[in-house]
Design a binder for this molecule. Structure first.
Ligand SMILES: Nc1nc2c(ncn2[C@@H]2O[C@H](COP(=O)(O)OP(=O)(O)OP(=O)(O)O)[C@@H](O)[C@H]2O)c(=O)[nH]1
Ligand SMILES: [Mg+2]
Length: 226
């Protein structure tokens, strides 16, 4: 029984990877680089995008918002006059806790890929499932906010391991918390040795230019085969 269940999960992930490759071919054909932005609920994904995307210079950015229900985040991004599409995962019992490649594929007709250099996919707030599903992205970044505690890399290692950058957000709150940045980095290094981190406050703007530079660098990358 147990073997069968593992097999089903493997098949589902294989099917997802096949669709992720098709997404990636479409992105490459349109010369769009794609960032998968992940975090726990409320870590500051939308706030960071609001702070960063207005001043990307020549990079033409678009956003795909993933939420269980509603369009609150897409409405916030629309204020920046940036192309944005909302994807809801809420059909069925409780809604899906992540975006998968097929959901992203279903949103592609609503996106004018030829008018973009960079597509940022804000995944559903969750520290587990989004890390398991490729969507055809070029880069994965996650946000861990200082209100979540230093232990999160130890408790949710896959998410931290599969990202090429970890943004530590809400550093404006550090004076009010006992969050130990070095202890967090030590735990992170245990699960993903050498992964870069960025200290940011999406609220005050501190460190946001570093995140913008990273986005510009991703937008300028050559595609790497998946
Ligand atoms: N103090 C402080 N608050 C922040 C910062 N970034 C985000 N917030 C607040 O944190 C809350 C959640 O921010 P969001 O940007 O909506 O978080 P999110 O990750 O997009 O949330 P979901 O999409 O629901 O998963 C809001 O009240 C923000 O104002 C920050 O740098 N400092
Ligand atoms: Mg959000």
């Amino acid at each position: 029984m147990h073997r069968t269940r593992v097999r089903i999960v493997e098949d589902a992930l294989d099917a997802n990877n096949t669709i992720a490759r098709a997404n990636r071919e479409d992105f490459d054909r349109a010369s769009v680089r794609v960032v998968n932005l992940m975090s726990a609920p409320g870590a500051g994904k939308t706030t960071l995008l609001e702070a960063a995307l207005g001043e990307l210079g020549a990079v033409r950015a678009g956003v795909l918002e993933g939420d269980v229900q509603g369009s609150l985040d897409a409405d916030r991004i629309a204020h920046l006059h940036i192309p944005v599409v909302q994807l809801n995962t809420g059909s069925g019992f409780g809604g899906e806790c992540h975006l998968d490649a097929n959901m992203v594929r279903s949103a592609l007709p609503a996106l004018a890929l030829s008018e973009l250099d960079l597509l940022i996919v804000e995944n559903v707030g969750n520290l587990v499932c989004p890390a398991e599903f490729r969507i055809g992205e070029d880069a994965r970044v996650m946000i861990s906010s200082v209100t979540e505690g230093e232990d999160k890399p130890l408790k949710y290692p896959l998410m931290f391991r599969t990202c090429e950058l970890v943004v530590i957000n809400k550093i404006d709150l550090l004076p009010h918390l006992d969050f130990d940045v070095e202890l967090f980095r030590h735990h992170l290094d245990g699960v993903h040795p050498g992964v870069p981190t960025m200290l940011v406050s999406a609220r005050t703007g501190e460190g946001v230019e570093g995140f913008r530079s990273w986005l510009r660098e991703v937008a300028a990358r050559e595609p790497v085969p998946v």
